[in-house]
Design a binder for this molecule. Structure first.
Ligand SMILES: [Zn+2]
Length: 221
């Protein structure tokens, strides 16, 4: 057991997933993602962008692949590394929160600008709309085609707004009986299915994978 953990510790700097590899930075620096693409391994680092040669991250991934060939087993993770990974998660969450706060601030400014500009434009539009509405009414037009477009004036049905339903219900002329409606007792159905595992006609039981979650210590948030 001890030997396995020690052996795996040499490859801990690389985390593999379906989409690629996360290559840990030296001395606790930022990890860099090396993605698996149709054209091979692709790194996002600066060196990889400016050079045609493989960067250190891609070389590290190649070494990793060579050292763990077609291994189906998940690499053993020491508790210290798990703790380090959890702290990395914490750092990433802080970055996310910072980005979000920054984006919200900018979005707020854009929103304010948009509101002020829209208000100005809407006020200008209102002048033209009022004048054209008058034009239609004065001439008793229903529809008027012009070069720039078509104007229409429609009378509208009044809206019936019910302010006190109980009061209206006292007038038998406007009361109708709604027949009793059958509805599913979902709580009972759920309990029955989980207890018996039976898929009764008309339903499907979908099994769900376990759910991983984490909480961070330190009150950074
Ligand atoms: Zn790189």
């Amino acid at each position: 057991m001890e030997a396995i953990t020690t052996a795996m510790d040499t490859t801990l700097d690389i985390i593999e997933s379906k989409s690629g590899f996360l290559v840990g930075g030296e001395y606790g620096g930022n990890a860099v993602e090396v993605a698996r693409t149709d054209s091979g391994l692709q790194c996002q680092c600066f060196i990889a962008q400016v050079s045609h040669d493989d960067c250190e991250h891609i070389r590290a991934v190649r070494d990793y692949i060579a050292s763990v060939p077609m291994s189906l087993e998940r690499p053993m993770l020491s508790q210290a590394s798990a703790d380090l990974y959890l702290s990395k998660l914490g750092e990433l969450e802080i970055s996310e929160a910072t980005n979000e706060a920054s984006a919200n601030e900018q979005t707020g400014r854009i929103q304010l600008w948009l509101e002020m500009e829209s208000e100005k434009l809407a006020r200008k539009k209102a002048y033209y709309i009022q004048a054209l509405d008058n034009f239609m009414q004065m001439n008793e037009y229903k529809t008027k085609r012009l070069v720039a477009g078509t104007l229409k004036l429609r009378s509208q049905q009044p809206e019936i707004k019910i302010n006190d339903e109980a009061k209206v219900l006292m007038d038998e002329r406007f009361v109708r009986i709604v027949p009793e409606k059958k509805a599913l007792d979902k709580t009972a159905l759920r309990k029955y299915c989980i207890d018996t595992g039976e898929e009764i006609p008309g339903i499907e039981i979908i099994l769900k994978p376990h759910k991983f979650s984490f909480t961070l210590n330190g009150g950074a948030r």
